[in-house]
Design a protein around this ligand. Structure first.
Ligand code: SF4
Length: 375
C-alpha cells in the first residue's frame, strides 16, 4: 500500500482579513456551507475509486477556517474519508482553527470524530498588530480556544504566528513568542507577512508603520534561537516542533510525496501528475471539474522541484536519497550551492547540503541560482 495525504479545503471565514490572499469567503450563508459539505463528500467518494492501492496516513482540513463548520459537518466530512478510503490507524488528522470559531463542545466532538491535531491561527499577541491585519480575535480569545482544545484532549497543537507585520518591533514579537511558549505548544509555524497585490492591506500600507528590513531579519534569526531554547527545534524555514511532532502532512509537500487536494484552490500531486483547482467556488458547487492546471513534470523538473523543496528543510538534500530517486548524484546542484557556504548561508551536512537560518532568510535569491525553475 502506498501512503497518501488528503488535503480538504474549507473556503469560509468569519470575515476577510486585510492581508488575506487565500481562497476564502465570508461565511454568511448557512445553505451554501451545507451545499459545500455535500459537494465535498461526493467529490471525496468519487475520487476514492482512484486510490485503491493507497492508504491515507495524513488528512488536513485547511482554509479558510475549517472550524467555522459545525461539529456535524466536520464529522460528516471526516466520516466520508473513513468510509471511502483506507486510513492508517495512526493517521495524522489536522484541522486549522481560528480563535473565536470553535468551542469546547465543537472540539470534544471533533476529537470523538477522529481529529487529533489542531492548528490555531494566533498571528500576534498584540491587539494593535492584530487589528492592523484585520484579525477579529484578541489574545484572550486565543487563550480560551487553546485551553478548550487542550481540555477536549488535543495533545498535538500548532500555533501560527507572523512577523514583519505593522506596528511590530523585535521586542513585541519576542513577547508574542514568550506568551505562546508558556503554553507549551507541540508545534509552531512562523510566517513573514507578504503584502499581496490587491488586498486592503496593500492600499493601507502608506499609512502603516512597518518594521524595517533589518528588524524583520533580526526577528527571524532571534526567533530560531529563542524557540530552540524553549524546546521547539526548527525543521523547516517556517516550522518548529518538539521531538516527534513535526507536521507529517506538510512534510509530504517538502518530500514531494503524493497527496490529493479537494475543493477550490486545492492542489494535488498524484500518480506523477501535478494539478491545481481554480478558485471557483460556484463552479465547484455546481459539480463542475474546476481543474485549471495539470501537468506531468519531466524527470528534470522533478529533480529541480525536489531540491527546491528539500532546501526548505533544515536537513536539506540527502545525497544518497537523491541518487536513489533520480539515478545519479546531486553534484550539479551542490556545485551551485557551494559558494554560499563561505558566507554562512549554506553548509555541508553529514549526508549532503542544507541552508542555514541565514540562508533561509534569503532563500528565494539562493534558489534562483541553484534551481532551474523551468526544469
Ligand atoms: S482567517 Fe486566514 S483564510 Fe480566513 S480571511 Fe483571515 S487570513 Fe484569510
Amino acid at each position: 500500500m502506498k501512503p497518501l495525504g488528503l488535503y480538504i479545503h474549507i473556503p469560509f471565514c468569519r470575515s476577510k482579513c486585510r492581508y488575506c490572499d487565500f481562497c476564502s469567503f465570508p461565511a454568511r450563508d448557512a445553505e451554501r456551507m451545507d451545499a459545500y459539505v455535500e459537494r465535498l463528500c461526493r467529490d471525496l467518494t468519487e475520487k476514492a475509486a482512484l486510490c485503491r492501492e493507497y492508504t491515507a496516513d495524513t488528512v488536513y482540513l485547511g482554509g479558510g477556517t475549517p472550524t467555522i463548520l459545525s461539529a456535524a459537518q466536520l464529522s460528516r466530512v471526516l466520516g466520508t474519508v473513513f468510509r471511502a478510503y483506507r486510513v492508517s490507524p495512526d493517521c495524522e488528522i489536522t484541522a486549522e482553527c481560528n480563535p473565536a470559531t470553535g468551542s469546547a463542545d465543537l472540539f470534544r466532538e471533533m476529537r470523538a470524530a477522529g481529529f487529533n491535531r489542531l492548528s490555531v491561527g494566533l498571528q500576534s499577541a498584540h491587539r494593535e498588530e492584530l487589528r492592523a491585519l484585520g484579525r477579529v480575535h484578541d489574545f484572550g480569545g486565543f487563550l480560551r480556544t487553546w485551553e478548550e482544545a487542550r481540555e477536549a484532549g488535543f495533545d498535538n497543537l500548532n500555533v501560527d504566528v507572523m512577523f514583519g507585520i505593522p506596528y511590530q518591533t523585535p521586542a513585541s514579537f519576542r513577547e508574542t513568542l514568550e506568551r505562546v511558549c508558556d503554553l507549551r505548544p507541540e508545534h509552531l509555524s512562523a510566517y513573514a507577512l507578504t503584502v499581496e497585490a490587491g488586498t486592503p492591506l496593500e492600499r493601507m500600507l502608506p499609512k502603516l508603520p512597518m518594521p524595517q528590513e533589518d528588524d524583520v531579519a533580526a526577528m527571524y534569526l532571534g526567533m530560531v534561537d529563542f524557540l530552540a531554547e524553549r524546546g521547539l527545534a526548527q525543521y523547516e524555514i517556517s516550522n518548529f516542533a518538539r521531538e516527534g511532532y513535526q507536521s507529517r502532512h506538510n512534510r509530504k509537500y517538502w518530500n514531494t510525496e503524493e497527496y490529493l487536494g479537494f475543493g477550490p484552490a486545492a492542489h494535488s500531486d498524484f500518480r506523477g501528475v501535478r494539478s491545481g483547482n481554480a478558485r471557483d467556488l460556484d463552479g465547484y458547487l455546481r459539480g463542475e471539474t474546476i481543474v485549471c492546471e495539470e501537468n506531468r513534470p519531466s524527470p528534470a523538473e522533478r529533480e529541480n522541484e525536489y531540491v527546491m523543496l528539500r532546501l526548505r528543510l533544515c536537513e536539506g538534500v540527502d545525497e544518497r536519497a537523491f541518487a536513489a530517486r533520480f539515478g545519479h548524484g546531486p553534484d550539479v546542484f551542490f556545485g551551485r550551492l557551494s559558494p554560499y557556504c563561505g558566507g554562512g548561508f549554506a553548509k555541508r551536512t553529514e549526508r549532503g547540503m542544507a541552508l542555514t537560518p541565514r540562508g533561509f532568510l534569503v532563500s528565494n535569491a539562493i534558489l534562483a541560482d541553484v534551481v532551474e525553475f523551468g526544469g
